[in-house]
Design a protein around this ligand. Sequence first.
Ligand code: ADE
Ligand code: ZN
Length: 349
Amino acid sequence: MSPLATTDLTPAFLRGLPKAELHLHIEGSLEPELMFELAQRNKVTLPFATVEAVRAAYAFSNLQDFLDIYYQGAQVLLTEQDFHDLALAYFRRLHADGGVYAEIFFDPQTHTDRGVSFATVIEGLRAGMATAEREFNIRSKLILCFLRHLSEAAALETLEAAKPWVDRLAGVGLDSSEQGFPPSKFTQAFAEAGRLGLKRVAHAGEEGPPAYVVEALDLLHVDRIDHGNRALEDEALTARLVRSEMTLTVCPLSNLKLCGVPNLAVHPLKRMLELGLKATVNSDDPAYFGGYLLENYQAVVDALGLTRAEVLTLARNSFTGAFLTPQEKATYLEAIEAYSIANPCLTPL
Ligand code: ADE
Ligand code: ZN
């Protein structure tokens, strides 16, 4: 790596670069401080005495370790106001990071299974999104995720409950424990989502094998792959992803925290870009993984020595892979080009 390659990729440059976030679980943006505030507001008892004790518990060796604590934390979310506050707190951070657009996941089953109505969850989140658009000029869309450790029947019930709001959803996704819960389990639910005109995405190849990525493509007919890291183990699959210009929503700090990589210097992101994959950078569950969107960009720039051209490609990919119209994408891409011209590289390479 040339030390000059990253010279102009300062935090200020990365912050000002227009960026979209395409892989963010809104429940994973619940900071311990807000968790305590909501627990108090809603008279929910937490198994932690202090904010510091919560943070100390965020040492994970795999995805399941994290999910156990993530579902526990979500129990403080009860009212529309709670979901509004959660979403707004995330958008405030995104704004500070120079994010201008987001497609956010939510896990309705985590809430409906506790007696919180679908209406409460979605109306609260939509209120937060509306406030963010007013206050920060950030536009956003919702992606409803099915929990893959639950049954396909439960996913279909969730989709049925979502029908009154279907025109306010961008798509459906598939998340939670990956190993042992292949995409093929949700073929019917994803087919029904397709009939409803929804876009489709799925976590695949985060911990699971390349075969799960193939299933997501062939059986769920996904428009994006969330993570996709392990796809690189299969040459033919990698070539297929390049050929089809499939967007991968990669989450570097998440991969580090969940021990998908031992350190960021060996993270596959740079290789993905070199192979021509449409990789993007995202934060996944930033309250748990130690960084929001900008920290993820900065971390991979520092660890992988990404070039300015690579960083611009990542930002462009975040809009070309978004569920936006061609005209909307063109407007954001023009903003990136204008930013690049206004902030030329000052260091001779
Ligand atoms: N739910 C929240 N974060 C997730 C992740 N990284 N993988 C799978 N399910 C999740
Ligand atoms: Zn995720």
